[in-house]
Design a protein around this ligand. Structure first.
Ligand code: NAD
Length: 363
């Protein structure tokens, strides 16, 4: 008999094409009347359009959302909220716009509506990462969980193919680690497998034709499933490594996930047979780690840390930092083994699980 604990957040999710037309109804449903629209600078046009659609329900637009949610930007946005007397925030964009909405909610308790335009999955979580003085810290709080997510597939059609690929691989990483999380449960594992399966099929299609609405819809649905996984269970080696590398060497977020994932799976494979089997099945591959590497390669995503600017002389420092603070992970952390993982990732070696691992997992 399996024992488990599972909590589902009280988030309302609207999914489809053209769903952004329901935004005014959603604002009113929250009993709000003065929404502050949030976006990055490049997506200001989208935020302005939503504000125009909302008419008197829009209090203003703040288009300074920035990657990794710097606290000084949040302070400026909170001042804007107070000045405009806003009673809810509406974030349109990827993890950066969503992160700003969450940071505002942390300070003000205002309700949030998110219209995601990437596959990062932040909209589905109660996790907030913030940076101050070059240091990134992460917290979990029910205060930052968005109340409403409006998934409108039309908003993802403009996401460039390369960004779609790395954003999708970033999302797959949430599902992969959910399958071997120490606090996994059968519900999250179902979501994870389906998320990986949908992405593995949709991403090559949307790289071939970025306006393929059916592929876009599958990818966005998969992003939600993967975001739910990230929210429900603990992440392990892969996420900690990416966090370390991103923080120490300022590597790009989604690209770092794309490179590290096959190597993290190869590292954990010997200690996570069931997860390895489920990941391989979802990918339609024999070997889960090689399958993830091949998918990244096929999508034209980066497959080496060297391509992201990491130098061989950085590896020792990264391995030491990654082994420093213990956390639950299927295979114990060992600095020499982590160094070997990082060496392979630096050079873009195609990782493989030894046949004994996948034979056990396929038995
Ligand atoms: P992003 O939000 O920074 O977007 C990257 C760029 O792409 C931005 O300039 C954005 O304006 C643009 N863009 C986004 N969607 C577009 C579209 N459809 N068309 C054209 N341009 C578009 O990137 P991201 O990868 O979505 O988010 C990364 C951030 O999210 C990081 O700070 C990461 O730490 C955070 N994150 C947080 C969580 C969480 O649960 N807290 C989960 C995943 C990621």
């Amino acid at each position: 008999m399996e024992s488990f604990a599972y909590s589902a957040p009280a988030t309302r999710v609207i999914f489809g094409s053209g769903t952004r037309a329901s935004l005014a109804d959603e604002v009113r449903r929250l009993s709000c009347h003065r929404a502050l629209l949030l976006s990055t600078a490049p997506q200001r046009g989208e935020a302005d359009t939503l504000a125009a659609d909302l008419g008197p329900l829009a209090a203003g637009v703040f288009a300074e959302a920035t990657m990794h949610t710097p606290v000084d930007v949040t302070a400026k946005a909170v001042a804007q909220v107070r000045m405009l007397d806003a009673d809810c925030v509406v974030a349109i964009g990827g993890g950066s716009a969503t992160g700003l909405g969450k940071a505002i909610a942390l300070h003000t308790d205002l309700p949030q509506i998110v219209l995601p335009t990437t596959y990062a999955g932040s909209e589905a979580t109660s996790i907030l990462g913030q940076t101050e003085g070059g240091r990134k810290t992460t917290l979990r709080s029910p205060k930052v969980q968005p109340e409403v997510i409006v998934y409108d597939v039309d908003l993802t059609l403009t996401l460039p193919p390369q960004q779609s690929a790395v954003s999708g691989l970033n999302a797959i990483a949430h599902a992969v680690e959910a399958l071997y999380a120490h606090d996994r449960n059968p519900v999250t594992s179902l979501l994870a497998e389906e998320g990986i399966r949908r992405f593995a099929q949709a991403l090559p299609r949307l790289i071939a034709a970025s306006d393929d609405r059916s592929a876009r819809s599958d990818a966005l649905y998969a992003a939600w499933l993967c975001g739910c996984c990230l929210n429900a269970v603990s992440m392990g080696l892969h996420h900690k490594l990416c966090h370390t590398l991103g923080g120490m060497f300022d590597l790009p977020h989604a690209e770092t996930h794309a490179v590290i994932l096959p190597h993290a799976v190869a590292y954990n494979g010997p200690a996570a047979a069931d997860a390895i089997q489920r990941i391989a099945l979802a990918l339609g591959a024999t070997d889960a780690s090689a399958g993830l590497f091949d998918l990244a390669n096929r999508l034209g995503a980066p497959t080496s840390l060297a391509a992201l600017g990491l130098k061989p002389s950085d590896i020792d420092r990264a391995a030491a930092a990654a082994a420093e603070t213990p956390y639950p992970n299927p295979r114990p952390l060992s600095q020499p083994a982590l160094r070997a993982l990082l060496d392979d990732a630096l050079c873009g070696v195609r990782p493989t699980l030894t046949p004994s691992v996948w034979e056990t997992s396929h038995a």
